[in-house]
Ligand binder design. Structure first.
Ligand SMILES: [Zn+2]
Length: 90
């Protein structure tokens, strides 16, 4: 296993770099996320784009937030430690 082929070595180097980047997650800023979510009353589409959230559920339409948005935001911010960023290329 000590002999790496010429084609594998560059990929291994990138894997090592990726492992480091994955521990330095504040390097990343999330500009856009689109997800489906299986809620208790059916599928919802939850989206983060250009600095604001949206969801297809009725509660979001009236309150501008909902449990689906809160859950996905929590997953992104608390677990990934990523920053949700305003779009800068507009
Ligand atoms: Zn919702």
């Amino acid at each position: 296993m000590s002999h790496e082929s010429g084609s594998e070595a560059p990929v291994l180097a990138k894997q090592r770099k990726a492992a480091r980047y994955s521990r330095e997650q504040d390097r990343f800023e999330v500009f856009s996320v689109r997800a489906t979510m299986q809620a208790e009353h059916g599928a919802r589409v939850v989206e983060f784009d250009g600095g604001s959230w949206s969801c297809t559920c009725d509660f979001f339409r009236h309150h501008a937030t909902c449990s689906h948005v809160m859950a996905l935001e929590s997953i992104l911010l608390d677990q990934a430690k990523m920053r949700l960023a305003q779009r800068v290329d507009t």
